[in-house]
Structure formats: structure tokens, C-alpha cells
Design a protein around this ligand. Structure first.
Ligand code: AMP
Length: 133
């Protein structure tokens, strides 16, 4: 078996350090893709914590929201706009919630910024204070 560094050398286009979401964006890993444009992609969460649970993911890798720079404001705004668009497409634009987990302590598990779009009744810990829908 080739070492990771050797694989990257042999196949220059292969970025073995790509995040899980970059690999989904690059179609290396299958996902339920709901929306895509030049800046972001929207997929269904593989382990939904609500009847509607989508992830809005920038193509640009920003590990955590706290790592975003001043120059990233346009993409951050775009993610919010797309979140509302896909909520409308899913028929939940009257009641949905956005969640961004920042850092391990907040439950972030994939270090590629993403916005959770959640709607519908749920008993998930992510909504322990109040159900929606
Ligand atoms: P977070 O814990 O805020 O980093 O959110 C990461 C989310 O990615 C979790 O809700 C996971 O269920 C979801 N997730 C992990 N792997 C996949 C995948 N292959 N396709 C879709 N969603 C995924």
C-alpha cells in the first residue's frame, strides 16, 4: 500500500488532506445533494436530528466560524441566504432554525464550516430548550 505522501505524489489531483465535506463537494463521497452553486453546496445530514436537517457548506474551507476573516463576510452572508432558499424549497420557511457548532466543546465534529438548517419537531439535544415545528 502507498504511503499518504506517495499517493499525493503519484496522483497530483488527489488531496488526501481534504475535509469530508470537500470530498463530498468533489463527488469523491456520495451525498444527497439538494442545491449547489459556485460558492456552496447543500446536502441532507446523514444522521438527521430533525425531520428536515440540511447542511449548507461553503466550497471554500473555513475550519470554524471563529476562523472566518473580515474578507469572508460575503460567503458567510451567502450561506445565510442559501439556508433560507433551501428552507423555502423544503416547505419549512415559516419555522426553521440555523445552528453553527464552533469548536469541539460546542459539538463540532467536521472542521469545515457548515450551517445546520433544522425544522420540524425533535427531541434532539441540539434543541433541548424548545422544539420547533
Ligand atoms: P457538526 O457536529 O456541527 O460538525 O456537524 C457535522 C454534521 O455532519 C453532523 O450532523 C453529521 O451527521 C454530518 N455528517 C457527517 N458525515 C456526513 C456525510 N457523509 N453526509 C452527510 N452528513 C454528514
Amino acid at each position: 500500500m502507498l504511503e499518504k505522501a506517495r499517493v499525493a505524489e503519484v496522483i497530483p489531483m488527489l488531496d488526501t488532506d481534504a475535509t469530508l465535506f470537500t470530498r463530498i463537494i468533489n463527488r469523491e463521497i456520495p451525498a444527497d445533494i439538494l442545491y449547489e452553486d459556485d460558492l456552496c453546496i447543500v446536502i441532507n445530514d446523514i444522521a438527521p436530528q430533525a425531520p428536515v436537517h440540511m447542511l449548507v457548506i461553503p466550497k471554500q474551507v473555513i475550519p470554524r466560524l471563529a476562523d472566518a476573516s473580515c474578507e469572508d463576510q460575503p460567503i458567510l452572508g451567502h450561506l445565510m441566504w442559501v439556508a433560507a432558499e433551501v428552507a423555502r424549497d423544503a416547505g419549512v420557511d415559516e419555522a426553521f432554525r440555523l445552528v453553527v457548532n464552533n469548536g469541539e466543546g460546542a459539538g463540532q465534529t467536521v472542521f469545515h464550516l457548515h450551517v445546520h438548517v433544522l425544522a420540524g419537531k425533535t427531541g434532539s439535544p441540539m434543541f433541548s430548550e424548545a422544539d420547533i415545528g
